[in-house]
Design a protein around this ligand. Sequence first.
Ligand code: BEZ
Length: 234
Amino acid sequence: MEEKTYAMPRIGDKAPEFKAVTTQGDINFPGDYKGSWVILFSHPADFTPVCTSEFMTFASMEKKFNEANCKLVGLSVDGLYSHIAWLRTIKEKIEYKGMKNVEVTFPLIEDITMEVAKTYGMLQPGESSTKAVRAVFFIDPKGIIRTIIYYPLSLGRNFDELYRVLIGLQTADAFGVALPADWRPGDDVIVPTAGSCGVAKSRMEGKEDMKCYDWFFCTKKLDKEKVLGTILKK
Ligand code: BEZ
């Protein structure tokens, strides 16, 4: 029989659909999450140290992600009972960097067949053919993949960066702007590039309420309160 091939999902694609068993019951993805942002992320294996540190961090920040209309969904190729045992161990026994008694209440998908991991390009054989890499998919309320980040087995993710990406995507959408390197709420944002010679000229003559480094690179102020007030109240 011919082996099934899998195309890597890309930014701008519709998130591939699947049904799965999770630690919080069955889910229909991404249909059950319509209207919310979702971060779908994979980890290599239960009962491993880097993954444990990541799950504790993500669970501790879950409320913050939820307040930005974002739900978390984890996945590994381990089975449901392994997931349950691992999450119980985390809650009952692990104290790490001031976090203890951490309950993971977001769903953790069991993917023993590796079907979801293969569909989402989470299995990268050069790194491991039996464990998913640390993939992170940001999916918008319409079910479109908006950002994909991959980390290897040996490096834990930066969760402040994941939160920054989520807020950045929502800010770019809400205000019709782009965001410069290392942007954080409160920093200046980039206005769309001038689309005519007239606009380029008026910007360079300082006639618009923005700062121009050159005609194609202009920024404006966007208050942190306005950004967070817009995103966190949605
Ligand atoms: C870890 O999470 O600690 C880990 C998992 C797989 C390979 C290496 C490290």
